[in-house]
Design a protein around this ligand. Structure first.
Ligand code: ZN
Length: 283
């Protein structure tokens, strides 16, 4: 296991670093009945390009190492509560998967289902998305006891995945948007996310970005977009309260405590954004 001393991260509430055991993660201050966070690189068992807490089975890392990393995380956050981590096959779309059946065979099968957002209101189900530059989001409604985790790369954002999840949470679990807390994890920042001009042009069609400052920039080296600002603008436009949108604002490409697809030339591990309900709210 890697040394985990001297991690340099500037975090402020509601985020704090938990590196006591297993994969280090940015812990989110959610109600005690829930758990949520964003893993980073230190504290795992993987080697080489995947060192050390790679959480994805799909990137060429040794299966057994990824299994150990996932088990160590589960152990750290409460293996007695969450027996398995549920991830889907991420496809850069905007489809949502609602997970309410806790039977192991059902949960296992979901790994092959194409979806970029997972939702639940059931305790004991730990939901996750894997990223290495794309923006991970966690959504929590403490009143209704419903949660979601979202994989939002530029393609997902272009298909407004965040707002699709907000309406799905409303439809499935009667979540009121003004009660929704949104947490945005580490992603490639405006400093590093260079794109072709066609990407800027596609976002220009989005009326919610009209009048929003700084979501794109033209520099001597090319065009840059700011995934975090685009996501913030989209969610505020559908009623998420500004004070309920929380971002760690760490660039994966600038910070070597994170995996970065672009910086590491595509051969790298994945961070995990995770959220789960420990116990059912008594309504
Ligand atoms: Zn950067």
């Amino acid at each position: 296991m890697n040394q985990k001393t001297g991690l340099k991260l500037r975090l402020k509430y509601p985020f704090s670093l938990d590196n006591r055991s297993g994969p280090a993660y940015l812990k989110i201050a959610v109600p005690e009945s829930m758990t949520a966070g964003f893993t980073i690189r230190p504290g795992g068992f993987s080697n080489g390009s995947f060192a050390s807490a790679n959480m994805s089975f799909q990137v060429g890392d040794q299966y057994v190492k990824v299994g150990l990393n996932r088990q160590a995380l589960l152990k750290g956050i409460g293996k007695d509560v969450f027996s398995a981590l549920v991830t889907a096959r991420q496809v850069h779309g905007n489809s949502c998967l609602t997970v309410t059946d806790r039977s192991p065979e059902k949960l296992l099968g979901l790994a092959q289902t194409g979806a970029d957002a997972l939702l639940t209101d059931q305790p004991g189900i730990l939901l996750g998305v894997l990223t290495a530059d794309c923006l991970p989001l966690i959504m929590v409604d403490r009143k209704r006891g419903a949660v979601a985790v979202v994989h939002a790369g530029w393609r997902g954002l272009e298909q407004s995945i965040g707002t699709v999840v907000v309406s799905e949470l409303g439809r499935r679990f009667t979540v009121a948007v003004e009660n929704l807390e949104v947490y945005a994890g580490p992603a490639i920042g405006r400093c590093c996310f260079q794109v072709g001009c066609e990407v800027v042009d596609r976002f220009r069609q989005h009326s919610v970005l009209a009048g929003v400052e700084g979501w794109w920039q033209e520099r001597a080296t090319g065009y840059y977009v700011d995934l975090l600002e685009i996501q913030r603008a989209q969610l505020l436009a559908v009623g998420v309260l500004e004070e309920n949108f929380h971002a760690v604002d760490i660039c994966t490409c600038c910070n070597d405590l994170c995996f970065s697809y672009r910086r590491d030339h595509a051969i790298t591990g994945r961070q995990l954004a995770f959220v789960g309900i420990r116990e059912k709210l008594i309504k």
